[in-house]
Design a binder for this molecule. Structure first.
Ligand SMILES: [Zn+2]
Length: 230
């Protein structure tokens, strides 16, 4: 009774705001108001073979599956959410979105015997500046829902990534392919890995990561992201 009263009082003075639209949240809602929750564009790709994310990698990488939880569309709550996770240190929000990924992705992970999640590595300087990798937050949320462990140290992005402009397509590919490396091969070896990212757009970095993981003995690699750019 006292706790409920205190909570109500705290809510009056420090109302929680929706991360999607900034409106005040009603009690019971966490992170997002009902309106924004319904405006998140679910892809349902988890249950669709040859979905657009998988097609993106056709002829490019040997993936076990690929899917995204939501469509990335400009000026929607999801764009706000990703911005808050990446640039506003809203780590709890990142973990929450990871939990949703865990809920929607679990049947896929079960079907493909996923036993390790690997967050897409950030450039070391970027991670140092930001202090965290947003993909690791998503992995943490997924772990809370599915119990699938994650490792953010095994796959790394090398320090000196040269600029991509003024290169041929092949030079660009070679450049991207040499960007990633596996630090701890024993963690990767014979595992059914899922590579986790916030947004997949061209898939170039993802493709390079898949190659690096396979070269270092991963049994299979699947790809799962919070959002997919149409
Ligand atoms: Zn909202």
């Amino acid at each position: 009774m006292v706790k409920a009263w205190c909570d109500a009082l705290v809510h009056v003075f420090y109302p929680s705001l929706c991360f999607g639209c900034n409106n005040e949240l009603i009690q019971g809602d966490q992170f997002l108001c009902l309106q924004c929750q319904t405006e998140l564009g679910r892809t349902q790709f988890e249950g669709i073979r040859n979905n657009p994310v998988e097609k993106l990698f056709w002829g490019r990488a040997d993936i076990q599956f690929a899917a995204s939880t939501y469509y990335y569309i400009d000026k929607t709550p999801l764009q706000q959410i990703i911005h808050q996770i990446k640039y506003r240190e809203e780590k709890e929000l990142g973990i929450h979105m990871g939990e949703l990924m865990g809920i929607y992705g679990s049947s896929l992970f079960n079907a493909f015997k996923t036993d390790l999640c690997i967050p897409m590595p950030l450039h070391p300087k970027k991670e140092y500046k930001r202090g965290y990798n947003q993909a690791t937050l998503l992995c943490e949320g997924m772990y809370k829902q599915t119990g699938i462990p994650y490792n953010e140290k095994a796959l790394v992005r090398n320090e000196n990534t040269r600029t991509q402009t003024k290169k041929t397509r092949i030079e660009r590919w070679e450049n991207v392919a040499s960007v990633f490396d596996v630090n701890e091969p024993l963690i990767i070896k014979d595992r059914h890995v899922v590579l986790v990212d916030d947004v997949i757009t061209t898939g170039a970095s993802t493709e390079a990561c898949v190659h690096t993981l396979m070269q270092h003995g991963a049994k299979t690699v699947g790809v799962y992201s919070l959002a997919f750019t149409l």
